[in-house]
Design a protein around this ligand. Structure first.
Ligand SMILES: [Zn+2]
Length: 136
């Protein structure tokens, strides 16, 4: 029996720019043109002031580890143990993700550790942003 596939996000009109970005190796965020608030996940209006004048820009890809849990049960597409992490992007927003290239242990996963984005292609439609320890 084939290994069951990992659940995939379904791009919508509001998130299309984000998923096109990850396919191009870019982490795209939105910034409000009125109050300059930077936010994620994607939406067509500013969550801070409700302005619809928002712009899309490429984030630096730099982040720090904000929080995580280590999952010990199998899930489709994952080999336990694996960390489900929340990272804080240097631009401000937080994002739920996975940490790669790093043992999935409390010793290796230090809060506030510096991370950088990487892109994990799942299929022709979806590439996920994941994070790994920053080099240097
Ligand atoms: Zn705003």
């Amino acid at each position: 029996m084939a290994e069951s596939a990992r659940a995939r996000p379904l791009p919508t009109p509001e998130t299309k720019h984000f998923w096109e970005g990850t396919q191009a190796g870019e982490l795209r965020l939105q910034r409000c043109d009125d109050c300059l608030h930077v936010y994620f996940p994607p939406r067509p209006f500013c969550p801070s002031c409700a302005s619809r004048k928002v712009s899309i820009f490429n984030a630096s890809g730099k982040a720090t580890l904000y929080s995580y849990v280590i999952h010990h049960r199998p899930a489709p597409g994952f080999t336990p143990p694996y960390a489900i992490a929340v990272v804080e992007l240097s631009e401000g927003p937080r994002m739920m993700t996975n940490i790669i290239d790093c043992p999935q242990t409390p010793e290796a996963l230090e809060l506030d550790m510096k991370l950088e984005v990487a892109f994990e292609k799942l299929d022709d439609k979806v590439t996920l942003p994941v994070f790994r320890p920053a080099k240097g």
